[in-house]
Design a binder for this molecule. Structure first.
Ligand code: PMV
Length: 329
C-alpha cells in the first residue's frame, strides 16, 4: 500500500474564468489570471488501500463526504488509476483550512491537493504542467493552484485539453500584496459554477461580449503584474469581476450572487480608494468580497471592511506557494 499527503492553497482570479469550451474536460473558454494564497487551503491524504467495500472512502473535514462530493472524487481518482494501471479503491482524507460555514470552501485547492496526493500515492511523477492539466479535470480553477503567487491559465486550443494548463508569472515573485476577504454570508453558494457558467453561455446576451473582453484584460493584467503596478492590476480585477457578474446577471433566469453586504463592501472599497488606498475588489460565484491591496494597507482595509454593515468577518491572506507533497509512504 502506498499513500501520499499533499497541501495546496486556494487561488483567487483577478481576471476571471467564466465559461467552458468543453464541459466534460473542463476546458475554459478563455484564459484567466490569479493569485494563489497562503491561507484558505486544503490538505489531502490518499491511500490506495482498497477503500471501503469496493468504493473509495472519502472523508471531508472530519465527516463522511456527501454522495455528490464522493462521486466527484471517485471520477477524478478513476483517471489517476487508469493512468497508473491500478485498480485499488482508495481512502481519501481531506481537510480545508477555511472558516467553517464561511461559504469559501474552494474546489481549487481541493482538486490541486487531490491531484498531487493521488498521483504521489499511485507512484506517478508528473511534471507541474501535467499536474495542472490533471487538476483542471477536477475543477477549472484548480489548474492554477498547482503554482504559487501570480499564475496565468492558458485556455489551450487542442480538443483533448493537453495544452489547457496554468503557468506561474515569475516576474511577480516576492511582490508584497495582500488579499483581504470580507465574508458576507454563511453557508453554501446558491448555484454552482458549472451550472451557472452553462446558463450564462446558453442564455445571456452578454456572454459573447464577455468572452471577447477577456484577452484585453489578460494583456493588461499581465503588464500590470510585470510592472508591479497595483493600481493598474486592481482596475483590471474590478472590471473583470463586474463583466463576469454582468454576463451572469443577464442570464435567463438571472444569476445574482450578491447580497446587500456585498454591495456595501464594494462601495467601501471605492471610498478607501478615494482616500488614497490602492485597494480593489473582486467577487467570485458567491457573495464574499475579496480586496487586493498593498501589504502595508491590509490591516486598515480589513478594519474598514469589518466595520461595513453586513460583513460578518474578515481575514487577510498573503501570496502562497504552489501545491506540494508532504509525505509519500
Ligand atoms: O473552477 P470552478 O469551476 O469552481 O470555477 C471558478 C469560477 C470563478 O471562481 C467564479 C472564477 C475563477 O476564475 O476562479
Amino acid at each position: 500500500m502506498t499513500s501520499a499527503t499533499a497541501v495546496a492553497g486556494t487561488n483567487i482570479a483577478l481576471v476571471k474564468y467564466w465559461g467552458k469550451r468543453d464541459e466534460v474536460l473542463n476546458l475554459p473558454a478563455t484564459g484567466s489570471l490569479s493569485l494563489t494564497l497562503d491561507r484558505l487551503g486544503t490538505r489531502t491524504r490518499v491511500a490506495f488501500d482498497g477503500g471501503d467495500g469496493g468504493r473509495d472512502r472519502v472523508t471531508l473535514d472530519g465527516a463522511a463526504a456527501s454522495e455528490k462530493v464522493a462521486a466527484r472524487v471517485t471520477a477524478f481518482l478513476d483517471r489517476v488509476r487508469a493512468r497508473a494501471g491500478i485498480a485499488a479503491r482508495a481512502t481519501v482524507v481531506t481537510d480545508n483550512s477555511v472558516p467553517t460555514a464561511s461559504g469559501l470552501a474552494s474546489s481549487a485547492s481541493g482538486f490541486a491537493a487531490l491531484a498531487l496526493a493521488a498521483t504521489g500515492a499511485a507512484g506517478l511523477t508528473l511534471a507541474p504542467t501535467e499536474l495542472s492539466v490533471l487538476a483542471r479535470l477536477g475543477s477549472g480553477s484548480a489548474a492554477r493552484s498547482i503554482f504559487g503567487g501570480f499564475v496565468e491559465m492558458s485556455p489551450g486550443v487542442r480538443p483533448d485539453g493537453t495544452d489547457a494548463a496554468a503557468h506561474p508569472l515569475d516576474a511577480a515573485a516576492g511582490w508584497n500584496v495582500r488579499l483581504v476577504v470580507a465574508i458576507t454570508a454563511a453557508g453554501e453558494k446558491a448555484l454552482g459554477s458549472t451550472a451557472a457558467m452553462r446558463r450564462t453561455a446558453e442564455t445571456s446576451p452578454y456572454y459573447e461580449a464577455w468572452v471577447r473582453s477577456v484577452d484585453g484584460d489578460l494583456a493588461a493584467a499581465r503588464a500590470a503584474v510585470a510592472g508591479r503596478d497595483l493600481a493598474a492590476l486592481g482596475a483590471v480585477a474590478e472590471r473583470s469581476a463586474m463583466r463576469m457578474h454582468a454576463s451572469a446577471m443577464a442570464a435567463d433566469p438571472p444569476i445574482l450572487y450578491w447580497n446587500p453586504a456585498t454591495v456595501a463592501a464594494m462601495a467601501r472599497v471605492g471610498a478607501l480608494r478615494a482616500e488614497g488606498a490602492a485597494a480593489s475588489f473582486t467577487i467570485d460565484a458567491g457573495p464574499h468580497v475579496k480586496v487586493l491591496c498593498d501589504a502595508r494597507e491590509a490591516e486598515a482595509v480589513s478594519a474598514a471592511l469589518a466595520g461595513t454593515p453586513g460583513v460578518l468577518r474578515t481575514l487577510i491572506a498573503a501570496p502562497g506557494p504552489g501545491a506540494r507533497l508532504e509525505e509519500v509512504g
